[in-house]
Design a protein around this ligand. Structure first.
Ligand SMILES: Nc1ncnc2c1ncn2[C@@H]1O[C@H](COP(=O)(O)OP(=O)(O)OP(=O)(O)O)[C@@H](O)[C@H]1O
Ligand SMILES: [Mg+2]
Length: 433
């Protein structure tokens, strides 16, 4: 600023000095004429550079800075510096924005930035996918007009943003999303979205499991306490007493089975360690299973056993024996007397060892098949309970199969029978030396 005033003073003093010189040397009139002429020239000169400045500012480009002399050089240099630092700030801001966007893209959760009117400023990919919005099409649109779920609209319009909300079935019926609005800056808002479908499913399974266990244990307990009350409070004959005791014993045995199966399941679930690597002689295993099958069946079924391969199986013998006998006992339990049960140990065309149990029982309707390995799932609850089933057997089989990288295949046709096969990976097969 000082330089500016020095230059202006210099010009004016210069004009004054020249005019004074002419006034003194030539005549006072010549002095005034020179002063007016120089001032007029000075004004035209300033107007010329003013117009140049206007032209530059109208089509502003940093690199097209005009050249000027004296004061104008100072002015142009000043404008240039201000514009340059503005440009640098803009670039820095753009870099920061880019970094922010890359950081939000890397986040597993969805992020949407909104202005005070809930208009979308930016959404990362996760949010685009979870909420069904698009930066291109929906940028600047009110989020309420895009995500029309009534709970979400009420949440966004409210002020209770300390808590998150859970939205079910927003884009597909299975999807569960957790959303939370976080105000920031002066009036902006950040919407965080998280896909909690898996977590929600686990929570439902846990709730169902507790409810099922309670229900399964409550039934025999109710029967037991009922009989106990009868024996204690009513006069009963010796024969009635024995009959009640027998029934009570059956219920106690049922509870024992449930607890035993639950313990097996929890043991299988809690051990992350890979299954033991025993070398199992499957011919011996098949013999044992056949003997057990005949005992359970009390010779009411035809039991056929085919060990088509002499290959041994690598795995945890106790776990596999329990899984195989679950399949065998199911086949006998659900096949009416006179039916045929076929146990087979073979190698399939792909070289994978397969253990299968086939029966000529009632078969299972297709809608039950995907749920059969769920804990406590039974096709016909009353019939299964009559036969002492707890609905945990196939859950155990599935766990054992998974621990051995095997696949449990269920092939069933109503009225014809079922075939349960465990297909092991080829690496679990050992051919005899
Ligand atoms: N071979 C089969 N034929 C027809 N239905 C079957 C067969 N195997 C299983 N099921 C059906 O699948 C259901 C689940 O079997 P799972 O072995 O898990 O339980 P369960 O036999 O009822 O009880 P558990 O085996 O725990 O004593 C059974 O209740 C039955 O309805
Ligand atoms: Mg069973």
């Amino acid at each position: 600023m000082v330089a500016f005033w020095i230059q202006i003073s210099f010009y004016l003093l210069g004009i004054g000095a020249i005019a004074w010189f002419f006034g003194a040397v030539v005549s006072p009139n010549a002095g005034w004429t020179v002063a007016v002429a120089l001032l007029a020239y000075w004004v035209v000169y300033q107007l010329y550079y003013l117009q140049k400045t206007m032209q530059w500012l109208e089509d502003f480009r940093l690199e097209k800075v005009p050249h000027g002399a004296g004061t104008w050089d100072l002015i142009f240099a000043k404008i240039y510096r201000i514009a340059k630092s503005g440009e640098q700030q803009r670039q820095q801001l753009a870099e920061t924005l880019k970094d922010f966007r890359s950081a939000t893209q890397a986040m597993p959760d969805g992020v949407v930035t909104l202005d005070e009117d809930n208009q979308v400023i930016y959404a990362n990919e996760q949010a685009e996918e979870q909420l069904g919005i698009s930066n291109e099409k929906d940028g600047g649109r009110n989020l309420i007009n895009i995500v029309r779920h009534p709970d979400f609209v009420a949440y966004l319009n409210g002020t209770d943003w300390d808590k998150s909300i859970v939205l079910r079935g927003l884009r597909d019926s299975e999807r569960v999303l957790q959303l939370q609005l976080i105000p920031y800056g002066t009036h902006q808002r950040l919407l965080m979205t998280r896909d909690i479908t898996q977590l929600d499913r686990l929570e439902t399974t846990r709730r169902d499991f507790v409810a099922n266990v309670s229900h399964e244990l409550k039934t025999p307990l109710t029967v037991l306490s009922g009989f106990l009350e009868t024996i204690r409070e009513l006069p009963v004959t010796e024969a009635q007493r024995n009959q009640y005791l027998g029934l009570m014993h059956a219920q106690a045995h049922r509870m024992e089975n449930i607890v035993e199966d639950l313990l097996v399941l929890s043991k299988l679930e809690s051990t992350n360690a890979p299954a033991q690597e025993d070398s199992i002689d499957m011919r011996e295993m098949m013999d044992r299973l056949t003997t057990d099958a005949n005992t359970i069946s009390r010779s009411q079924h035809h039991i056929e056993c085919t060990a088509a391969s002499s290959a041994k199986l690598i795995g945890a013998e106790d776990e596999l024996a329990s899984a195989f006998s679950n399949l065998v006992s199911n086949a006998i339990r659900y096949t009416p007397a006179g039916g045929t049960i076929r146990l087979t140990w073979s190698i399939n065309p792909e070289g994978c060892p397969v253990f299968s149990v086939e029966d000529t029982g009632p078969g299972i309707e297709p809608q039950h098949l995907p749920r059969l390995t769920e804990r406590f799932y039974r096709v016909d609850r009353s019939r299964s309970r009559e036969t002492g089933g707890t609905g945990l057997g196939l859950a155990i089989v599935k766990h054992v199969a998974t621990r051995h990288q095997a696949t449990l295949l269920i092939d069933s046709e109503v009225g014809k029978g079922s075939c349960f096969s465990m297909v092991f990976p080829e690496k679990r097969r050992v051919l005899p030396a």
